[in-house]
Write a protein that binds this ligand. Structure first.
Ligand SMILES: *[C@@H]1O[C@H](CO)[C@@H](O)[C@H](O)[C@H]1NC(C)=O
Ligand SMILES: *[C@@H]1O[C@H](CO)[C@@H](O)[C@H](O)[C@H]1NC(C)=O
Ligand SMILES: *[C@@H]1O[C@H](CO)[C@@H](O)[C@H](O)[C@H]1NC(C)=O
Ligand SMILES: *[C@@H]1O[C@H](CO)[C@@H](O)[C@H](O)[C@H]1NC(C)=O
Ligand SMILES: *[C@@H]1O[C@H](CO)[C@@H](O)[C@H](O)[C@H]1NC(C)=O
Length: 945
């Protein structure tokens, strides 16, 4: 019996062996034939299978150890073909590779639909990021029970509809790392992730997610949470939930619409090292519990509505603009401001007031709703302001208050007894709220209006169904109106109501007049402080009125000409309000910029360009900035257009390889743009003028890195941003370098929003000769391909160290791109044309050939012959990798090695940029580099403009 079984089994075994004979071969195949068949299909689906260097026949993947394939016995358990520039599609029945445990396909150009991974129960790690997969089947996540790491980042998945994470993923109970950066997720954050206890790293930046962070994310054991820069309105609501994720080391929430204060309970997240909350609508005071976190190394909060003092800290801290009371860290607010902030805190910092109450002088700068007498706060006037919350006892510290009018809000709680101690108080109107007893004993001279508060006024109809029975009968409580005349009115209740109504009407009329007068004087005061002939006012979008786009109003008082333009239409969009520019957030006072640039001293000058001079500035915390000052003399409408365009575009477009706009000022004849400072200045300086500038020439490695940085920036502008942008003036003087010689593209003054749908418009010629694509120079036709051409010219400059155009050069080489057209075909000519300051080994020569070939394609005569920028990224990325070896360990290829201290990881990312294999694109747009270094739109005098 047993014998028979054995015989049967061995027969089957022999039979199986005989089918394993590879075609046309006497070699025994070690590979499972089904796995082999799928591998063959994989090859068939590729456009460039030759890069795999797999034998065509007579060989066996497992037996002969094909490159990139790993087996366990006869089954394929790993495919590792990252960074090979593979083009093509994956086979539909890919999930028949049932033993697959580790798949590394990242950083290729694989496209089409992802196959279903349904049933790949052994799969532990799947790296699919940085490809061009455009569809993800709905059963993709089914039964991935061993999954630990999944990266789908940077794929245009289901682009037209977007997609949501299927519930199936819930069964991946061991999932630790989930990276879904920029892959078109839509809708709310999935609730079920909150119950996935194994998750340590969750990255969902750059999607279309909206809604609040689900309450059940509370207590998640995440170490890394990145939800930054959602397209569209972004994530909203409070960020309280994250304070319960006590394992967090890195928290990126920037570039959303989060509201409310920073929770003090964040003090429990004692491992936090990097907290980026910038570009939200956060309010309140920065809690000590946050700044005192023991491990904190970098905090960014700029572009919120935070108030109070600026904490003085020792870590990297970026904080302007906000609504702080002081401009210097560590300086306290005045007692009046503190009292008003206390009041504001107890009504939950309404955004409108958090925006308006900036600075340290409520009277000098006319805070909305605050009136003053002899420079002290005498009144609070916020009737019908939808205030939620309670009356703060801190109002009792505003000793010169004479009137408080807070009728028609949603205030509850009680009237603090401190208010009864205000000796100058004449009126407290809290009618129509939900305030309860007891009412403190006010002196006789105070008029207290409390009608319309159901708990104080049992005769009035309740505002909303009262939850508990009114306590009007309790001792010492609630006359409807108290004060000098209240005893006369306390008899007949109908008489009383009449009096109340009349009083209400009179008070109402008075209030309206007061408000009108206030608005009038407020305006007048504003005019008084901005006497200059021309001003730009950017009205941020009113959040209560989503249809209201940003308006840029250019008022030219000098010749009484008013031109208003809708910024959205002026830059040619108007398609959606998801990209409305909240430029109001970025306003910085001219005085501050004057101070930090030593009154625009020539010592601080960084460079000169088309419409202004760029100055270096240093903020109190040591952050360096560059301030581009438009010359008053060139206030042509062209310059104005450029100014507006630059604000509009720069505040929308954020990427690590693009120079960030930090703020701007427009006051009178001053037009100032504030950028991050780029300490090493323009690429052109390092390429063409390094001797004069007394700097070392750039090594080939640095040049490669710069080329890749620029390619990434341009790829982002062209295709990754929500809408496509065309730079039109890419050149080496617009490419700026930071301390590490990493490049950022600057000067978007000429960028115009490319119209949706078509990539080409005939339009006004911009750009700089020498970099101009022929069709643009001749016909003015604009498409993304004109930037590709300019990029090609920059590549040639990097190779040759020669400027794009030089009238002093002999005819033949005068125009770099035309000359190079002939050089690139001939290796010896190419070798001779290489920048003499470069040390060329054979290996670097091969790289130079590759870059030269790319430059050739980019500068092809016909636009359609030029590649997209994505291609340039794919050509350059492996070259950069080559000299900066990436460890083979797959754990690291997600960029996250949990065994490494976070600071090192962060530094690694910053330094290595996209050269780590799966973080091909930047996560930090919408944010300012942690280094106080970072920036300058430097216009070198050599830039030829
Ligand atoms: C992606 O789109 C495809 C085709 O439109 C659809 O069948 C699929 O269900 C979508 N994927 C997800 C996860 O929704
Ligand atoms: C600040 O953090 C400490 C420590 O976690 C906590 O005990 C305290 O309650 C926090 N403060 C507030 C106001 O929540
Ligand atoms: C008060 O709360 C209501 C409802 O939650 C909200 O609509 C309103 O905007 C809040 N008021 C302020 C001033 O924030
Ligand atoms: C005031 O109202 C809010 C919201 O309705 C409620 O949560 C809070 O408990 C109330 N506070 C008091 C003191 O009644
Ligand atoms: C903080 O800034 C310093 C100075 O530029 C820099 O060397 C350091 O790496 C930064 N630290 C972090 C955590 O970003």
């Amino acid at each position: 019996m047993e014998e028979e079984l054995f015989m049967g089994a061995s027969f089957k075994f022999l039979f199986a062996l005989s089918t394993l004979l590879c075609l046309n071969s006497i070699v025994w195949c070690a590979t499972d034939p089904n796995d082999f068949a799928i591998l063959q299909e994989f090859v068939k689906g590729l456009d460039n299978p030759e890069v795999l260097k797999w034998p065509s026949s007579g060989s066996d993947p497992c037996g002969d150890s094909w490159p990139y394939i790993f087996c366990s016995a006869s089954r394929i358990n790993q495919i590792q073909t990252k960074d090979l520039n593979l083009r093509g599609t994956l086979p539909k029945d890919f999930n028949k590779l049932t033993e697959l445990s580790n798949l590394g396909l990242q950083n290729n150009e694989l496209s089409g639909s992802l196959p279903s991974f349904s049933g790949l129960s052994k799969l532990e790690k799947a790296y699919l990021g940085n490809n061009k997969f455009d569809t993800i089947p709905s059963d993709f996540f089914n039964g991935l029970t061993s999954l630990q790491v999944l990266s789908l980042e940077y794929n245009p998945l289901n682009e037209s509809t977007g997609w949501t994470l299927p519930l199936d993923l819930k069964d991946s109970a061991q999932l630790t790392n989930l990276s879904l950066t920029e892959c078109n997720l839509v809708g709310p954050l999935p609730d079920f992730l909150g119950s996935m206890n194994s998750l340590a790293v969750l990255e969902m930046s750059y999607n279309n997610l909206s809604g609040e962070i689900p309450a059940n994310y509370s207590g998640m054991q995440l170490q890394v949470l990145k939800l930054n820069n959602q397209f569209g309105p972004g994530l909203s609501g409070s960020i309280d939930v994250v304070a319960s994720m006590t394992q967090l080391t890195l928290l990126w929430l920037h570039g959303n619409s989060f509201t409310g204060p920073i929770p003090t309970t964040i003090g429990a997240c004692t491992s936090l090292k990097q907290v980026w909350l910038n570009d939200n609508k956060l309010v309140g005071i920065i809690p000590d519990n946050l700044t005192a976190l023991p491990e904190l190394q970098a905090l960014r909060v700029q572009n919120n509505k935070l108030m109070g003092p600026i904490p003085k800290v020792s870590f990297n801290f970026t904080y302007i603009p906000n609504s702080f009371c002081q401009t210097t860290p560590g300086e306290a607010c005045s007692p009046e401001v503190n009292a008003l902030l206390g009041f504001l805190g107890d009504v939950n910092y309404p955004l409108k007031l958090a925006d308006a109450w900036t600075g340290n002088d409520p009277c000098g700068s006319s805070w909305f709703g605050v009136s003053c007498a002899r420079n002290n706060v005498s009144g609070i006037n916020l009737p019908n302001f939808k205030l939620n919350g309670t009356l703060s006892p801190s109002l009792g510290k505003l000793t010169s208050l004479t009137a408080i009018t807070l009728s028609g809000n949603n205030l509850n709680g009680t009237i603090p007894s401190d208010l009864a101690k205000l000796s100058l108080l004449k009126m407290l109107n809290i009618a129509d709220n939900d305030i309860g007893p007891p009412v403190p004993n006010f002196s006789n001279g105070v008029k207290v209006v409390v009608n319309g508060n159901p708990k104080l006024d049992p005769t009035a109809p309740p505002k909303s169904p009262p939850t508990d029975s009114p306590e009007g009968g309790s001792p010492g409580s609630s006359p409807n109106s108290r004060g000098s005349n209240s005893s006369d009115a306390s008899k007949g209740s109908s008489k009383l109501k009449l009096v109340i109504i009349i009083v209400a009407i009179v008070v109402g009329v008075l209030l309206i007049s007061v408000v009108l007068l206030f608005v009038y004087f407020h305006r007048k005061a504003k005019k008084g402080t901005y006497p200059a002939p021309t001003s730009i006012v950017i009205h941020p979008r009113d959040s209560s009125d989503p249809g209201n786009a940003v308006k840029v109003v250019v008022a030219d008082n000098a010749n009484n000409r008013d031109t208003s333009s809708d910024l959205q239409t002026s830059i040619g969009s108007g398609s959606s309000d998801t990209h409305v520019i909240e430029a109001g957030n970025l306003v910085v006072s001219v005085q501050i910029l004057r101070n930090v640039t030593k009154n625009f001293s020539s010592d601080q000058e960084l460079g000169r360009g088309g419409f202004g001079v760029v100055y270096k500035g240093e903020l109190h915390d040591g952050t360096q900035i560059a301030v581009k000052r438009m010359e008053s003399g060139v206030l042509s409408s062209k310059a104005f257009d450029e100014f507006q365009a630059e604000i509009a575009v720069l505040s929308k477009v954020r990427h690590r390889n693009l120079v960030s706009l930090l703020g701007f000022s427009a006051d009178g004849s001053e037009k100032l743009l504030v950028y991050e400072y780029m300490p090493k200045g323009a690429l052109s300086k390092h390429l063409f003028h390094w001797k004069e500038a007394n700097v070392d020439p750039l090594s080939w490695k640095r040049r490669l890195n710069i080329a890749l940085d620029v390619a990434r920036a341009m790829e982002y502008l062209h295709s990754l941003a929500h809408q496509s942008f065309i730079h039109r003036d890419l050149k080496s003087s617009n490419i700026l370098l930071d301390d590490d010689y990493r490049a950022k593209v600057s000067d978007f003054g000429l960028v115009k929003l490319a119209p949706d749908g078509k990539n080409s418009v005939a339009t006004r010629l911009a750009g700089t000769f020498g970099y101009l694509a022929p069709e643009y120079a001749v016909t003015g036709k604009v498409s993304t391909k004109i930037d590709v051409f300019s990029f090609g010219v920059v590549l040639i400059e990097l190779i040759t160290g020669m400027t794009a155009l030089d009238e002093d050069r002999p005819e033949e080489t005068r125009h770099l791109a035309s000359w190079f057209y002939h050089v690139k075909f001939n290796k010896e000519k190419l070798r001779n044309s290489i920048d003499k300051s470069l040390d060329i080994s054979e290996e670097t020569f091969e790289e130079i050939c590759t870059v030269a070939e790319l430059a050739g394609h980019c500068t092809a005569r016909e636009p359609h012959q030029r590649p997209e920028m994505g291609h340039a990224v794919n050509v350059l990325a492996p070259l950069v990798d080559k000299w900066k070896p990436v460890k083979e360990d797959m754990d690291e290829s997600l960029g996250i090695d949990l065994g490494q201290p976070l600071l090192q990881m962060v530094k690694g990312w910053q330094a290595a940029d996209g050269s780590t294999s799966s973080f091909g694109l930047d996560d930090s747009k919408g944010s300012i580099p942690a280094r106080p270094a970072g920036f300058a739109d430097s216009f070198t005098s050599a830039d030829g403009r």
